[in-house]
Design a protein around this ligand. Structure first.
Ligand code: ATP
Ligand code: ZN
Length: 306
């Protein structure tokens, strides 16, 4: 049986991944990106009949949005903040000396007001919440957004599937409980059909987020017992459990309460998202169909239009 390290080694030897010297931070070659682009097209096709509104975001969000989203309460260990130099000429001279001597040169690096995005859907809620004649009141049909962004999570790992910076594409539903539950059920079914069309072995299972600290254990147990999160898992790394490539999350009124989004009848809006881990899906395809795209099953190539 191939080992986990050997899949990574093979990716490196084939020149598909470029090492950067940091665990969980890779460059990627044309083959990888060709599959990535195919996946983007296939995800668009899988949701085309829904007519979702497209939003694309840079890898960062405002500190204010980040703070209000509550991320630090649950996942302080994953967050990445952006700091920039704010000193004068003297500080700059000092900094250059510190750098040359291999000393800490961070003292004049101040918070920039930007935080790296931890999940693509976080950027969507404040935008939808500002809309409408009556701010925050959704139209009867609710909202459906097709969003993507680079995301950062400080979880360095040698597994090629666990990255610190990765691309997340999501369909996000905002509306009544019925609308949101129907969306999530529908996307679990669509996600399974999607994985099948890619020729990937998979299972769907209930899951939990890696909440921080002692209180986190309780949060995770609650999330599981209430079936708030499902994952579509694909075996990728040998010697390890299968990897979550898609997540189907139900947030109840968490973001509706946070951003004061309401349904037309005045209740707090509910939200759910179907999130695709793009690099993980590329790696799953490379793992199961090999590194020679021309030799992939015809049906898979057709789905990806490659
Ligand atoms: P995991 O349980 O593997 O840590 P997660 O449950 O925290 O993942 P989500 O927060 O639901 O993941 O993120 C949505 C999707 O983004 C996941 O289904 C996965 O495909 C992808 N993803 C999450 N974390 C990473 C990572 N560190 N590297 C690459 N992809 C990731
Ligand atoms: Zn989401």
């Amino acid at each position: 049986m191939e080992t986990q390290a050997s899949f990574r080694t093979r990716l490196l030897e084939a020149g598909i991944l470029f090492p950067t010297g940091v665990d969980g931070l890779w460059g990627r070659n044309g083959t990888f990106e060709q599959v990535f682009d195919g996946l983007e097209r296939a995800i668009t096709a899988a949701g085309a009949d829904h007519g979702a509104e497209v939003m694309r975001f840079p890898p960062a969000m405002s500190q204010a949005t980040f703070e209000k989203s509550g991320y630090m309460k649950n996942f302080p260990h994953f967050a990445g903040t952006i700091h920039c130099f704010t000193g004068d000429d003297r500080d700059h001279y000092k900094l250059m000396g510190q750098m040359e001597r291999g000393e800490n040169w961070m003292e004049k690096q101040e918070p920039s007001g930007l935080v790296l995005s931890p999940a693509a859907c976080y950027s969507v809620y404040p935008i939808v919440a500002r809309r409408g004649a009556q701010r925050g009141v959704l139209p009867a049909e609710g909202a459906l957004v097709d969003v993507s962004s680079y995301c950062f999570r400080h979880e360095p790992s040698l597994e090629p599937t666990r990255l610190q910076l990765f691309r997340m594409r999501e369909y996000v539903r905002i509306g009544t409980r019925e609308q949101v539950m129907e969306f999530r059920q529908e996307w679990i079914t669509r996600g399974e059909a999607f994985a099948r069309s890619l020729g990937l072995p998979f299972e769907v299972d209930v899951a939990n987020d890696p909440f921080f600290g002692r209180a986190g254990k309780l949060m995770a147990d609650n999330q599981r017992s209430q079936n708030l999160k499902f994952e579509l898992l694909v075996p990728i790394n040998d010697g390890a459990g299968p990897t979550a490539c898609l997540s189907f999350n139900y947030h109840m009124t968490y973001f509706g309460d946070t951003w004061e989004m309401k349904t037309p009848s005045g209740e707090a809006a509910q939200t759910a998202c179907a999130a695709f881990g793009m690099e993980r899906l590329v790696l799953a395809l490379l793992r199961h169909h090999g590194f020679d795209l021309a030799a992939w099953p015809a049906g898979v190539r057709k789905t990806l239009a490659i």
